[in-house]
Every structure is written in structure tokens, then in C-alpha cells.
Design a protein. Sequence first.
Length: 345
Amino acid sequence: MSPSTSTPLLPWQVQSWRQLQQLRERLPHALLFYGAQGTGKTVFVEAFARSLLCERPTAEAHACGQCASCNWFAQYNHPDYRRVRPEALDDAPAADEEVEDKKAAKTSKTPSKEIKIDQIRALADFMNVSTHRSGLRVVMLYPAEALNTAAANALLKTLEEPPPGTMFLLLSNRLDRLLPTILSRCRKFALPQPAREDGLAWLAAQGVKEADAWLAEQGGAPLAALEAAQGDSREVLDTWLQQLAQPDVEGALRTADKLQKVPAADLVGWMQRWLYDLLSVASTGQVRYYPRHAKALERLAARTDALALSRALNRMGERRAIADHPLSAKLFIEDMLIEYAGLFA
């Protein structure tokens, strides 16, 4: 799914690339790229890292794809390049964050979703060795919010006293989850979400049918929409949305039993989007995420009020904070669905 070397960027990233090149003459030691998950940030930043290390970049500052450096990079064994990411992503090829996470989860029973301090400490040897061709060292770290406390503090020390000739490229889906001190030591660079038309055109080029619905369900993130369309989560999502469309206690218990092995964070995310649609329908009559279920959303919105839905959305934010490590997945899902059903009692 990653673009080829000859076309390193996704269509909606061209303008951002041009803006980034304005920083080339005075590059900071750390750049923090941020934007919505599933929009291709990893593709963009790896293209930038590859161009920084390329021996013969093009007039548009893209990597040439032919030199020794580009060949090393393509094989992920460049001596002056390091990727730092959670163990859950280690066995996955570079693509986008959430795509890697789902594929890697199939190959490991208990992959760590954190970036640990040992991974940051391991950079010391890399940064203390001379570069291969007297150029830059590049460290790409993502997602930055996966840094645990110890790792974040260790990285902060490095960012405070950056080694010469080393460029840090950090990626984040959620700036609010990063230490303010790390934010203050990075130059931030926003990667905007693509326009709906651009996302639809790209999905159509990938052969995705019903691209409009897939893109809507993934909040306008094309790479996430492609992964969902090609994956095996359709049946799970349909089961979940059917329960949300017809909330009741008995159904909540059955659904929790059936879906207890599904990552709770996925279920929480889907319900957050459903609640957002309910609130949007109640307030403006518009559906953003689940246009296939517009009639059910309209029916349910008439049975509750905006204040209750706002409170439910806030509550889902609290649930998301513990969704990766629930004490009991089944009880977690049961409680979530029963509380949701109470909105319409």
C-alpha cells in the first residue's frame, strides 16, 4: 500500500511537501508531524526521511530512488536511519499507523503498544557513531503518544541536548497526549486531512466499492478506509452497529459475549462515532460517520436529548483511556452497552 519510490507521496500531500521544503535551509533538530490517524503521515515522513538521506535528490527534493542510500532505505537497513515504534508494529511493513497495528496484532499474542525506555536508550550507540557518508542521521519515531513515561523523559533529555548531525522526525495522532516539554522542543508541522473528493478518488483508484460509505465510517481517513474495506472487520462492525441501532439489555449481554475478543478500543471508537452522529442528528440533522444507518440514528435521536448525548460522549472519552487494558473485556463491553441503552429508557 505504500507508494512506490517514483511517486512517493499520496495525492493530497503534494502541497504539504512544498511547504515542508521551505524548512530545508534551516532544519530544526526535531520535527513533529501531526494529523488525523489513517491519512498517510507515515508515508509522508518516510518520504522525507528518504530524501534527507538521498545522495542525488530530484529538483522537487524527492529521493532519486537509484543511489546506494535509496537502496538501503528501501530494504530498511540504512546505517544512518532508525525507526522507533512499539513492538506491536515491529513485524509490519511501513504503511500507516493503524494499518500496521491491526496486521501486527495477528502475528503476536501480546505485542507491546508502548515505546519503552530501552528503545530510546538504544539510540545512544547509533548517535555516537560517525555517519556512513558524513551526512545526517535520521530517527523516525511514531506514534509519539505511545512513549511511556520513562521513555518520554529519556527522549526529552536527548531533545534538550541533541547530538550534532541528527534529525528527529516524530509523528503523532494526538498532540494532547504528549508531554508539553516535548512539544516545546519540536517544530510542529501539520498534515491536514485530505478533502473528501481526494479521498474518494484515491479509494476508487484502489478498486474500493462503496468508497463513500467506507470513507465516512473512518472519519475521512482514506488509508483507514482502504484497510477496513479490505479487512475482515465488516461483520464485527455490523454486529456492533446493529446493537447500537436497537439498544436493549438482553442484546447487550449477547453482543458482549460474542465480541469479547474484539479489541475494546475499536468498539469504543465505533461507539464514539455513533454517539457523535446521534448528537449531530439531534442538533443539525446531519450524519457524518454512518450514513448507512441514518434512519436508525434519526429514530434514536428523537428518544433522547443533546445534553444526555454530550455526557455520554464525555464518558466514552474516559472509557477510551482504559480500553487497551480492561480488567474483563466482556464486563467492559456489557457495562458500555447497558449504559448506552439507558439513554433511551
